[in-house]
Design a protein around this ligand. Sequence first.
Ligand code: TRP
Length: 451
Amino acid sequence: MTSEVSKRESFSGKYGFIAAAAGSAIGLGNIWKFPYITGVHGGSAFILVYLICILLIGLPVMLSEITMGRRSQKGIFGSYKKLAPGTPWFFSGYMGIAAAFLILSFYGVVAGWTMEYVLKAIGGSFSGKTPDQINAMFESFIGQTLKPVFWQTGFMAFTGAIVIAGIKNGIEKYSKILMPVLLMILLLLCARSVTLDGASKGFEFLFKPDFSKLTREAILAALGHAFFSLSLGMGTLITYGSYLKKNENLVPLAIQITIADTVIALLAGIAIFPAVFAFGIEPTAGPSLVFVTLPNVFQHMPLGNFFCVLFFLLLFIAALTSSISILEVVVAHLVEDFNISRKPAAIAITIVMILFGIPSSLSFGSLSGLSVFGLSFFDLVDHIASNFLLPLGGLCIVLFVGWQLKPGDVKDELSNGGTIETGYLKIFLFLTKIVAPIAIAAIFFHGLKII
Ligand code: TRP
């Protein structure tokens, strides 16, 4: 920005926005978390509920966030304050801040694992190992005290440095080239996985719905993951929407990001589950699932070691383009609303997040005995953030756009001041006002055993 009165910086066209928003959405959520929670919650029926949540809740929330952002030209707090001055809506922004702290604390731990795995793959550690040995290797790594914390700190330092240097856009430019490569490797993995002996069971697990496995927790987890995977409920896409030019058409943008994110998650599922059954790995293994299964698949591929190195490297970068979008939510809040300068804000927050992530990391080792409500510290933090804070933040966002903003303003935003057709406006308003809020509330109370 050149002067106070200059217009807010904007993305250089819609591809800049898509790269940033897709970079935020596509990350560990798609490749690590989606397969692991699908395994824990019994497969196909969970996936079906997840897809319904994406369509009926995720998409309207995403469009609402982008609409708020572009309308107000502000982040989450500024947006609420500018669009509804003098109202308490902005308080819900604090849930987003809390979610950002919690999520990045454990996200950094898992992203740190990908860094260790790049090195392990370079050293050829997986060559000739059996599935059991690869599993033991993973367990012994995450059970240590110092090494995982070292990598977690390293990853968070990268995240902090990028946010401080303000080179997010630079990273997103690289990721525009690198993410298609990740997609290619994922496709190769799928091809190998589905042709393994015994792969068909994995297909059944993924695509033949068994509704008897659908618990309250599974439905709540599917909702929470729709938010997590699409980067919703925290204000990330409000901020990104605020950088969009007034002549971009918001609906196709939201649809494209949603499709890209969902396709990557489903491909990760197809790459993993046939192999899980072929190698006799437990589908309910939890957070270790991807780290144990995929090195095995690479062992059964020509140039497997090479692809394995590349895969974990790209997964690390995918995690980085997501983590910077989370850190940015908190840093932008301190900078915009408290006038703290960017550098000390980012350093302080990164340090707090690292410290808060340490018990999550240790919950796989020295703190494994600790359980709260039957959950490990790692699971507890994820649970509170993904299944509570994000859906509640999202609920506020759809209620705000559906009921607080004037329909004329929403129409103005979606039709770019009346210049494009908005035949879908009625559907969007119906989903935003009624369907999404009721569905979020119902799943939420059902998950809490209130209804
Ligand atoms: N969506 C990212 C992933 O799937 C994680 C993420 C980035 C996120 N920004 C977010 C989750 C904002 C919730 C809210 O890995």
